[in-house]
Structure formats: C-alpha cells, structure tokens
Design a protein. Sequence first.
Length: 370
Amino acid sequence: MGNSPIAAPARVCEFYSDGAWIEGRAVDQLNEVAGWPGMSAVAGFPDLHPGRYGPVGGAFLADRIYPQLIGPDIGCGMALYRLDLPRRKLKLDKAARRLEVLEDGTAAGEARAALAGTEAELLGPQGLGTLGGGNHFCELQVVQEVADTAPGLAPGDLCLLVHTGSRGHGAGVFTGVEDSWKAGFLPGSEAADSYAALHGAAQAWARINRALLAQAASEALRCSAELICDAPHNHLEARPDGWLHRKGAAAPDRRLAPLAGSRESLSYLMAVPEGPAEALGSVSHGAGRRYDRAAMHGRIRRVKSELEAMRQTRFGGRVICADRDLLIEEAGSAYKDAGAVLRDLEGFGLAREAASLAPLITFKTSKGGR
C-alpha cells in the first residue's frame, strides 16, 4: 500500500502592502499554519506579528478546531462606546482618579446577576469587571475627525474604548486541552464539542466583562455610555464551510470595528464593507506589535525621567499604569503605525475610516504588579 498523498497547503492571502512592517518570522508562521491538516484558507493582515502558537493578526479556516489558534484569552475584543459627557466638562486629573474604580471589579451579587441565564454563567463571576494585564486597557478618547459613515459621532465627542477578554477563564479552558490539540479536534468528536461549549461560554463572559467595565467607567465619570460596536478578535466561529479561527483579527459588529492605536497614536473607528471572500470576514484589530515585550526592556531605560515621560502623551493625555514593566512593554514605540495599517486595509477594500480618536486617559492599572 502506498503512502497517502499529502494535501497541498491552503492558499495564503496577504492583505498588506510591501511597505508594511512585517517580521519574517510572522510570515513563516502564517505559511506554516497553511500547511496544517484540514486548513483551507489563511488571511494575514497588516498588524501581523509573531505569536506563541501561530501568528497574531490572521484568520484561518479549517475543517477542524485548532484551540492554539485562538489561544488562552478566548473572546478578547474591543468595544467602543460614545459618552454623553461634554468635552468642556472633562477634567483629566479628576477623571483619572475616578477611573481607579476599575481596579475594584464588579460586586459579587451584580456579577452573578449579569451572568444569569447566559452561556457565561458556566464559568462563574470571579474576575468579572476587571481589565487584566498585557495589552488590555480602558481608554477615554476624543473624536478628532469623522466621515459620513461615522454613526452619530461628531468632532469633540468623548468615547470609551474597552479592550479585554475572558481573564483567567479562557486561560483555564485552553490549559485544560493543551496536551491534546496538536492535530486539531475533528467535528463531532467529544473534544471538539467540549471545547466549542467552553469557548462559547468564555466568549460570552468576555463580552459581558467589557460591558461591565464600560458601565463602571461611565458611572465614575458621571455620564452614560452608548455602545457603538463590540468586535471580538480572539475567537472561533462556526461556518457552513468549516471553523473560522481569528487571532488578533476583528469580526466586525454592525459593519464597524475599532482599530486601536498606541499610547502615542490615534485610534480609528472603521466602516467595514463586505470585502473579498479571501479576507474571511475579518480586519485588523490594532496597530500590531513592532517589538516584543522582552525587546522593549532593552530599548527603554528604567530611569525615572523616561518612565514619567511615558505617563504623558503627545496629545496631552495621561497613561495610568503603576506597573513599570507593563509601562515599558506597552510603550507607544512598541507598536506599528495604526494609520499605516488602516491605509493598507483601505487599499485592499477591507475598511474605510469612519472616525479618528485621540487618547486622553489610558487606564491599565493604578496598582503595582499584574
């Protein structure tokens, strides 16, 4: 009996220009994933950068589930809210102090009520209403410019961008299957069904978490928040043609998606048309890392003057981050230019700028440690 034929790798579609800052290692990872069993389509976006199990900034369609392509922060995403707080009434120092309530999390009774009757109830209330570490943040922003496609936004409006996920719950799901996912979970298998159920719970939990954080922030600022869009970017989606995995690739909500900048650059709200099928219904979720976390410690000195400078932005805003390591790892210079990412997406017909937003207060943590 002869050897079984080896399936050809999936086609890789690269939605970024020759001028995009893309590490060769990230491209290698993209092509490697294309050769995994059952993989039928791969899309890479201009925020592409290397990840632990595969590239970040890509979408992957397969006939099976690969949990490693989602990673531990299942359901992580970004939600953008419009605040009914006039810009002239905002006092940055006072607002920064008020946002320290984000460290508290949601009270146990309120957390249980928020989860009741949802898939997320399976995971429980622990950690609900908290941001976590890494690149997660809650950012108060001001609208700079708008296009005709901006939903009810005007220059000077205040918005809230919340970036977080399922906290330790998604990590627990991932760790529980880590020894068995190397070749993926075939549809109909016990492993696939179990993972899909737990993934759904973690994704629902993450969405509720973002909503509760926005509620806590708006209440602290003495205003209300209206959701514009909530676009997850680390998740699994069942489709008629297979399982779509997104890792650092946003699924538009209401044909909209946020594109996060850095502490030193604008963020954007994107209008997302249907676009080419090869993009797998996905767009970039942010600027994407230029330098990894370890590299940043070699690029920025741990001296008081440099650390203090990173707590102010060129827009006159504040960065609230008491963790020095995190402050260094998440410095603006660690990230690519979000404007260049957006221009690439526009060039491929994947998105249009709806609004640009400047950071006023970026809240990460007001306490040391992570």
